[in-house]
Design a protein around this ligand. Sequence first.
Ligand code: ADP
Ligand code: MG
Length: 363
Amino acid sequence: MATIKAIEAKSVHQIQSGQVIVDLCSVAKELVENSLDAGATSIEVRFRNNGLDTVEVQDNGAGISPTNYETVALKHYTSKLSTYDDLSSLQTFGFRGEALSSLCALSKFSITTAQAEEAPKGKRLEFDVSGRLKSTTIVACQKGTTVIVEGLFESLPVRRKELTKNIKREYGKVLGLLHAYACVCVNVKFTVKNTMPRGKSMTVFATKANATTRENIANVYGAKTLAALVPLDLELEFRPTLTQMVQKDKTHSRIHVKGHISKPVFGEGRQTPDRQMFFVNGRPCGLPQIAKAINEVYKAFNVSQSPFIFADLQMDTNAYDVNVSPDKRTILLHDSAVLTENLKAALNEMFDKQDQTVPQSQL
Ligand code: ADP
Ligand code: MG
């Protein structure tokens, strides 16, 4: 029988990194969230060759302090959280200190950064596969941080091959995710660019540091889409479960669904599922049960088209758990079955009311 032995530390790091950064979307998500956590009001995401060659995220946030250069890309080093107890009161997107260290293991990784007092000079930092600082060079740099990820997954050849094969679909998915951030983040200017080999840099979409999500939606999807939307504003009150009653726990009992949805009349919806985005307390996330519930109700009013949906579920931080998977993409909603039933009833009632009000033009 073969002897049991430990996996080499470098391989362990690569395997674990591959669980944090699973695809192109994880790269964009982690870097954009870091920029938002740094208080950026302007974020530019630049792809080369749809992200296959490079993904670059530039922000005008606080920058990285020189005292953190050595540790910034080491595993489990974070400036955002120090004990597990802090998790429940979390205000930032990041908290695991794993994204940058994972990117070091999976790509050629560098950072250019300057804090306000250093600009217009800053540092270019290069890291090795373990996230250790390799070199520091003085460069011209405005206040903020630019992170460059080159050759994603080249250290995991099978993953790289998959990415190359599916790059069009992956690129489409990452744009969908960036649409969601650009729409939900008010007062942040988002720009997304792509450059194809031997081509010119093209702006894919941009927002203008707007004060409302409506203006963001207009920038991303156009004024016509905006004109077809009605506000979503549903207060869902839950009957508490028996356990909650016994424990006198009221935290899960109220959810506010806020956002925008297409009017359920023919012509207002369209067959483009990438126009549906879901958030929990402003954090973009996939919520398949919620998506299914809303689409089902909509179908009863408009059989042939699917709606534009922007739905932010605002709730107590005790009502969900983002710490389920290393890529933080799965959000576990407690009471999800009750929630979807309540949501369907409330949405039905809302559409029913709207249905009875005949537009002026048709009177
Ligand atoms: P986390 O976000 O969980 O803390 P990361 O690996 O994503 O872990 O980032 C590590 C640390 O690097 C952050 O805690 C933060 O201090 C710093 N950092 C990363 N990106 C930026 C940025 N764009 N601007 C300023 N600081 C950053
Ligand atoms: Mg982070």
